[in-house]
Design a protein around this ligand. Structure first.
Ligand SMILES: Cc1cc2nc3c(=O)[nH]c(=O)nc-3n(C[C@H](O)[C@H](O)[C@H](O)COP(=O)(O)OP(=O)(O)OC[C@H]3O[C@@H](n4cnc5c(N)ncnc54)[C@H](O)[C@@H]3O)c2cc1C
Length: 481
């Protein structure tokens, strides 16, 4: 058995930020990560023909100017960034499948643009009135949480094209669920977490910059600084806890600490057994959370051929298989890369296809934007988060209808010595790396402010944890056969 001031479970950006701040404050921290790598939903992989491989960011990659917690840590770790390529005209594919070039404004009729403007104004006003960390406090929160975002949009506006466009921005493009599957309140929280709905839908804001070497450099650098405090291949399956501390089981090994940080998505808290059990409200809150689904697809070509045609590589299409697309060529790279996204029910549908057919359909959709040249990439890469038990979808988790007002507060509520956090429970930066950094820093601050009592200094209903730990060493851990 090892003993520590704090154990952090999960070496994603949230857990590593919390661990680094605690280590900086002189605390003895142990980070346990189930995978054989750090970074969680941040991962860079090399793909391509042998000798001509290129790096692809499989998970999170973009940084926006309002994400000051992330920008702060990038500065601190001296990780440089560069802007996303965006020169030239964008494309909009209409319902009939025809691609139209545009500059500032979507190529839609005047009345549809006016309807989009009105919906944007309403969503901006609601977002401005909301603290994204406490969406349940918004006036009218209960009502907004009882109606799906699509139904709410349809009540506000009788222009179906305007509704489909606004639904796209928060449905497929952000929460990665169909707009009938989450509440209007959850949609407003998504907007408030980015500062405003206008920020969220402005690609020049939300997809502003990338990190040289990939956003995964953040967790990699933090882990490097934490050194052997980070242990890989440590799948935590059982937590025993009382008011004095927690004992964490990894296979036959156990580790004790005065405080425990579970820096995993809410859905994965359910993979861990607790003794005593989680209170019902804690458990139910997480039962009503689920991952959305988006398949990030990247196609690399000999050249960024769209640039020669005066195109930025940016495109939107609420009715297309690939609903949004961007130039994803890393700075200094001669070959050109497009990144596109296939979301929610469309992702379910293509997920059932054989690999070759799925690739054919995705490239066919890119060709709807960019013509036949898009059909022949030199490298094609799909992200695979939905197939990994230690994530389970993309980009993040959110509540079903009514869940936010009913259980939202429980997700961040500490339980005895345990703090819970991930970017999925952030206010500002919700579902983004910025939110993970914020939550990690908030948890570290709460632990430092609360002080750390010596392990086993007091007794409680749960008993003395040191005794629990010693006892646990002698017997077969729960769940290990
Ligand atoms: C395809 C995709 C694109 C995205 N694009 C962007 C973007 O452009 N910009 C942006 O800001 N964000 C983006 N995101 C979101 C961003 O990546 C996440 O919000 C963020 O990385 C989550 O960090 P986290 O530490 O909270 O959780 P995670 O990264 O999920 O980390 C949790 C860690 O806990 C580990 N773990 C789980 N259970 C256990 C256990 N029982 N024992 C031990 N370890 C355990 C997991 O293996 C994992 O490493 C994207 C995400 C995806 C998937």
């Amino acid at each position: 058995m090892t003993t520590h001031d704090v154990i952090v479970v999960g070496a994603g950006v949230t857990g590593l930020t919390a661990a680094w701040r605690l280590a900086q404050a002189g605390k003895d921290v142990l980070v346990l990560e189930a995978r054989d790598r750090v970074g969680g939903r941040l991962r860079t992989e090399a793909h391509g023909a042998p000798g001509a491989e290129a790096d692809f960011e499989i998970g999170g990659q973009w940084v926006s100017p309002d994400q000051d917690a992330l920008i702060g840590i990038l500065d601190e770790l001296r990780l440089p960034t560069y802007p996303r390529f965006r020169e030239g005209e964008s494309l909009y594919v209409d319902k009939a499948g025809a691609a139209h070039r545009f500059g500032e404004e979507l190529p839609l009729g005047e009345s549809t643009l006016a309807a989009i403007g009105q919906l944007t104004k309403t969503l901006d006003e609601l977002a401005a009135a909301m603290d994204p960390a406490r969406p349940w406090d918004l006036d009218d929160a209960a009502h907004l949480d009882s109606v799906s975002f699509r139904a709410w949009l349809e009540r506000q506006c009788d222009d179906p094209v305007a509704v489909d466009n606004i639904a796209l921005y928060i449905g497929p493009a952000m929460l990665t669920k169909p707009a009938h599957a989450f509440s209007a309140l959850q949609a407003v929280q998504m907007a408030a977490s980015a500062g405003s709905f206008s920020n969220l839908v402005d690609a020049d804001v939300i997809l502003d910059r990338r990190v040289v070497g990939g956003l995964q450099r953040v967790p990699l650098t933090l882990a490097e600084r934490l050194g052997d405090r980070v242990r890989l291949g440590q799948d935590v399956t059982l937590v025993e806890w009382d008011e004095d501390g927690a004992v964490v089981h990894v296979g036959a090994e156990i580790h004790a600490a005065r405080r425990l940080v579970l820096a995993v998505p809410p859905t994965l808290v359910r993979r861990i057994r607790f003794s005593p059990e989680l209170p019902a409200e804690h458990r139910m809150a997480r039962e009503h959370q689920s991952f959305g689904l988006v398949i990030k697809v990247q196609a690399q070509y000999e050249t960024p051929f769209w640039r020669a045609e005066g195109l930025s590589g940016t495109g939107f299409a609420p009715w297309e298989l690939v609903h949004e697309v961007y130039d994803n060529t890393p700075e200094g790279e001669q070959r050109g890369t497009l990144v596109g996204f296939v979301s929610d029910e469309r992702a379910d549908a293509i997920g059932r296809l054989p690999d070759e057919e799925r690739r054919r359909q995705v490239l066919g959709s890119l060709a709807t934007y960019f013509g036949d040249a898009a059909l022949e990439p030199i490298t094609y890469v799909e992200s695979d988060w939905q197939h990994q038990e230690l994530t389970g979808g993309a980009y993040g988790t959110s509540f079903d209808l009514g869940g936010l007002t009913r259980w939202g507060a429980a997700l961040r509520e500490p339980l005895g010595p345990i703090e819970f956090g991930s970017s999925d429970v952030a206010g500002h930066g919700f579902q983004h790396v910025d939110g993970g950094v914020r939550v990690g820093e908030e948890i570290a601050r709460a632990i430092l402010d609360g002080g750390l009592r010596p392990l086993g200094a007091t007794r409680s209903a749960g008993g003395d944890l040191r005794a629990v730990a010693l006892d646990a060493e002698r017997r077969e851990p729960v769940g290990q056969g």
